[in-house]
Write a protein that binds this ligand. Sequence first.
Ligand code: GLU
Length: 312
Amino acid sequence: MVTGRFAPSPSGRIHIGNIFSSLLAWLSVRKQGGRIVLRVEDLDTARCTDAYARQLQDDLLWLGLTWDEGPLVGGDHGPYEQSKRAALYKSALETLRARGLTYPCFCTRAELRAASAPHRSDGQTVYPGTCRNLTAAQVAERARTRPPGYRLRVPDEEIIVQDGHMGAYRENLARDCGDFLLCRSDGLFAYQLAVVVDDAAMQITEVVRGSDLLSSAPRQLYLYRLLGLAPPIFYHVPLLLASDGRRLSKRDRDLNLTVLRKTYPPEAILGKLAYLAGIHPTTEPVRAADLVPAFDWAAVPTRDIIVPEDLF
Ligand code: GLU
């Protein structure tokens, strides 16, 4: 059974970029007669709130983007909030640690910024390996002043992601990424670990999400391999850009759902987004369900999409 998911982070009101990828995730699954799970990615407890989580569920339902398993409807793979799943992440981390694949890291953000590490295309830095070979005595010494985070040792190996929409994407983990964090020094588990543990536990077979996460896919595929789990097929979708080429974000207040819901009915928003996605001939209003029969990934652009200023 094809199983897709919505995996929003409730750290603000959702905006049209989130809806755009949710619409494509929903259509791809519905077209194949599959199921959708909603998982609330609220790992970042400092930024995520229950109110935003409830609001985004209300927004998705208002748009007709329904789910078959998750909050409000229940299911066999709960809890559906990452903040309640720490035991699973801990056990995965323990598995990797027992095999000598992780190490404690004491670097602060400031130290990492100061290290002249190369920058990745997504703006992150390649971890220079500062704490990779600390002795047990050095670890004990440093642990007295600061709790460590935990990093995964990555190999000098190219990982190839066969993206269902974008084609092949490759990254050499050692050169392009470096050993990456699985757990932060404050005990919060990293997105990369949590998303793999959860997608596998929830038996997700396809992941449709914004192409800002394409560069995370090699790390995630590698974790699937280490944990002996079956990876999903990834479909990364183009990002929506403002007319000046800037990526739309939660800060673009006029394009978030609070504002849009006051101005348009759901079909009007979906019509505009479906037109941008190449799956609707005009910007005329349309219901999500009416887009299912003709949905075809081949029509969806692979390059980022500028949202014309007069569209919304
Ligand atoms: N929670 C992430 C976000 O809202 C998405 C993670 C994923 O789809 O893998 O950006």
